[in-house]
Design a protein around this ligand. Structure first.
Ligand code: SF4
Length: 67
């Protein structure tokens, strides 16, 4: 799986997003799990930031609509 699995083609990858809402170049948020590490009682939790070429064992191919 390591040779073809990349976050950028995973259905859980929210591409070019960050926890601050700014646009990222080759990073995005992994939405496989709920956000973690809530910094404070009034702050939102943080989504894990991953690179487009990262991957993990939860990789799931993005389903593209049939044309
Ligand atoms: S870390 Fe895993 S589940 Fe998250 S986007 Fe990358 S391959 Fe998908």
């Amino acid at each position: 799986m390591a040779t073809t699995a990349h976050c950028e083609s995973c259905k859980f990858f929210d591409d070019h997003k960050s926890n601050t809402g700014s646009t990222q170049r080759a990073e995005g948020l992994c939405r496989y799990n709920p956000p973690v590490s809530q910094p404070g009682p009034d702050a939102r939790g943080l989504w894990p930031v991953v690179g487009a070429t990262d991957w993990c064992g939860h990789y799931t191919v993005e389903m593209t609509p049939a044309e």
